[in-house]
Design a protein around this ligand. Sequence first.
Ligand SMILES: NC(=O)c1ccc[n+]([C@@H]2O[C@H](COP(=O)([O-])OP(=O)(O)OC[C@H]3O[C@@H](n4cnc5c(N)ncnc54)[C@H](OP(=O)(O)O)[C@@H]3O)[C@@H](O)[C@H]2O)c1
Length: 307
Amino acid sequence: MNNTVILSNGVKMPHLGLGTYPMKGEELTNAVLNAYHSGYRLIDTADNYYNEKDLGESLKVLYGKTAARREEMFLVSKVSDELYEPGTIGGGLNKGKFFWKSSPVMQCPDAVRQVVDMKINQSLHNLKTDYLDLYLMHWPYPDFFEEIWHEMERIYREGKVRAIGVCNCRERHFRKLGKSCSVFPMVNQFETSPINTKTSLIDYCSSHNVKVMVYSPLMSLRRKEMSDYQTYVSVLAEKYNRNAAQINLRFDVQRGLIPIPKSCHEERLKANMAIFDFSLTQEEMDRLYSFNVDFQTLPESKACPGL
Ligand SMILES: NC(=O)c1ccc[n+]([C@@H]2O[C@H](COP(=O)([O-])OP(=O)(O)OC[C@H]3O[C@@H](n4cnc5c(N)ncnc54)[C@H](OP(=O)(O)O)[C@@H]3O)[C@@H](O)[C@H]2O)c1
């Protein structure tokens, strides 16, 4: 299998990437270096992971110590509704500072434009780059959903980002954007796994040329109560001489999805990338699909109006 996918605008994106939340400092730098040596080129972060600055420093080390160049990396960040670093004014309680009608900072007519500009410029500065490869809306913020997207289209046209997309969106969010957008989202990042297959959403994305990036791709393996699923993954792991994480990640890439597992361990980083030299049979894929119980590890957009 080719280890890249092509977005609707022709941009090539790696088929697997490194998740970085909640890594920081030296741990993040080591992960970036080890990931690069294991073949990773895509790195996922977000303004509200509060590790963009550290990732920028890690990339500086990477470019300094290895032959890596900015152009071969695929940097992904996200625009979120928070302002302060966790711990400064209650951590997660700061959600809602932006992108909500009730927020004092959103009262002027071009507030969305100002916030998106501020955030992309901050991300570029932190990551020590003049462009991102992919910029995602972190959540379908209902009060300003289309306005945020239109500002993302603008910064895409300005060349600050090579591609734009969304996270945690369902079909209805795409239908809404479809009415007013000039650029349809190229990527949707959300959680899916054999116990949460989301086949109709993935079919919708595929038929609209939206690539699916899978966050928390290994979290389902922690559901020890799903013993039939766990047992079957172990059977496959033994058959292919792999581990359970590799079976789950292989399931994703065989579906055409782009998983972004996070690890701070060199051996795990290597293993998570070593999934492109074996294939599950259709019968094995079908059996994995059969464990679906729509089990969602993270709340995703459950609180988003309409779900
Ligand atoms: N857009 C969104 O709303 C959203 C939401 C959540 C996450 N994300 C992104 O998606 C990334 C990945 O999701 P995630 O971090 O929640 O979950 P994940 O990548 O599925 O799982 C990470 C956990 O699995 C462990 N792990 C990694 N490789 C392993 C292996 N081969 N064997 C056993 N354990 C392994 C890691 O531990 P060690 O580090 O100790 O190895 C870590 O505890 C995040 O880092 C973030 O970039 C996006």
